[in-house]
Write a protein that binds this ligand. Structure first.
Ligand code: AOF
Ligand code: ZN
Length: 376
């Protein structure tokens, strides 16, 4: 590989590290990092911290000052060309005298979509795109999917014993997995735009579905920053069985309840700090999960975490709405009277869902398996 290509990849790897610092905070914007390099020396670094504030390039330019003149900018996402909450980064790079821009990927946002790179080329800036592209896309699976399809990236979290059980018949389930795995789940929540659960699960555990900084397993300052923003908590409660006195409604942060009723006690929910919407499917028997995800995407939700019981998780899978399964497997056996992981009433091998395992690792004493459904 030529020297230039090697140093491009090295600098982009650093820009990706910087972008990842925004993992918990940039929502609904993408995580983006930028490194400015002049004569083989890094003269500025920046990342996008939160929506409404400076983009990665602007933060790196501020650090570089005059040293940006003649520099190469490494950016994990195409610099923007539009005026959103902030002015276009392409213009800022041109004005600062940057002579070359290396982007990991095009911005899938239709407002940008190649126009940022065009603008740079028109100003005689040398442009290269596609360095560490898949790594950059992997950092923003939700933003990319939402921009391309109008749906969020859906992660299904499941926790089970080695015999595929999630709770005793009585509902007793605390705790199947260990503290490290539970902290890992807290981090999954913290990076998500929304956490979805169903009435059965919330009634069973009286879950609050919040992110708690002390349970993230992160250094204190990072944990604090990661909980500045709480994900939207979404309750799928077709016939409104979860009482407003439940813990879900007692915690700070936005709550959305999706039901399938005609007459909505909206005022009661509003008084409890929650929004109530009707989203019945064609048969009127279930909440329309596809419509729910479209609604969440229209509100800027990138990554959605489904943490629920066998019924709702099974329904998401059967509807083909899941992008990724994250399964925590605890080294214990709960036995045949305990509750099964998923409601997927298949009766022949031909119906079985195929999965591609993308990662498997130990988390404390448990195992975490990440897999993607394979659609034939
Ligand atoms: C960049 N650098 O660091 C980010 C970009 O509303 P705004 O002004 O924050 O714009 C948000 C859009 O800008 C977002 O949807 C995406 O297309 C792009 N994000 N672009 O050049 C950044 N965060
Ligand atoms: Zn920008």
């Amino acid at each position: 590989m030529p020297d230039q290509a090697i140093s491009d990849r090295r600098m982009m790897a650093r820009a990706l590290q910087l972008a990842a610092k925004g993992l918990y905070s940039t929502d609904p914007n993408p995580r983006v990092g930028c490194v400015l390099v002049r004569e083989d020396r890094i003269v500025g670094e920046g990342w996008h911290v939160r929506a409404g504030e400076g983009h990665a390039e602007v933060n790196a330019l501020a650090q570089a000052g005059e040293e940006a003149r003649g520099a190469t900018a490494y950016v994990t996402l195409e610099p923007c060309s539009h005026t959103g909450r902030t002015p276009p980064c392409a213009d800022a790079l041109i004005a600062a005298g940057v002579v070359r821009v290396v982007a990991a990927m095009q911005d899938p946002n239709p407002l940008v979509a190649g126009r940022g790179l065009e603008r740079l080329r028109a100003a005689d800036v040398q442009v290269d795109c596609g360095v560490l592209e898949s790594e950059a896309a992997a950092l923003n699976p939700g933003f990319v999917k939402r921009m391309q399809t109008g749906l969020p990236y859906v992660r299904l979290k499941l926790a089970m014993s080695m015999d595929g059980r999630t709770a005793m018949a009585s509902g007793e389930s605390q705790w199947i997995t260990g503290p490290e795995a539970r902290a890992d789940v807290q981090r999954l929540r913290a990076r998500s735009s929304a956490v979805v659960s169903g009435a059965d699960a919330v009634l069973l555990d009286d879950s609050a579905l919040t992110v708690r900084s002390a349970q993230l397993g992160l250094p204190e300052a990072e944990a604090k920053a990661a909980t500045e923003r709480q994900p939207l908590r979404v309750l799928v409660d077709g016939s409104l069985r979860v009482p407003l006195s439940g813990r879900l409604f007692q915690q700070d942060g936005p709550v959305l309840v999706a039901c399938r009723l005609d007459e909505l006690p909206e005022a009661d929910y509003r008084a409890a700090g929650a929004e109530l919407i009707a989203l019945a499917d064609a048969g009127g028997q279930q909440v329309d999960l596809d419509a729910l995800l479209q609604l969440l995407a229209s509100r800027g939700c990138n990554e959605v975490l489904v943490e629920s019981g066998a019924k709702l998780t099974g329904a998401f899978l059967r509807a083909g709405l899941v992008d990724e399964l994250v399964v925590y497997m605890a080294p214990r056996l709960l036995g045949s009277l305990a509750r099964p992981l998923l409601e997927l009433p298949f009766d022949s091998m031909a119906q079985a869902m195929q999965l591609d395992v993308t990662d498997m690792r130990a988390v404390g004493r448990d195992w975490r398996i990440t897999a993607r459904p394979v659609f034939p």
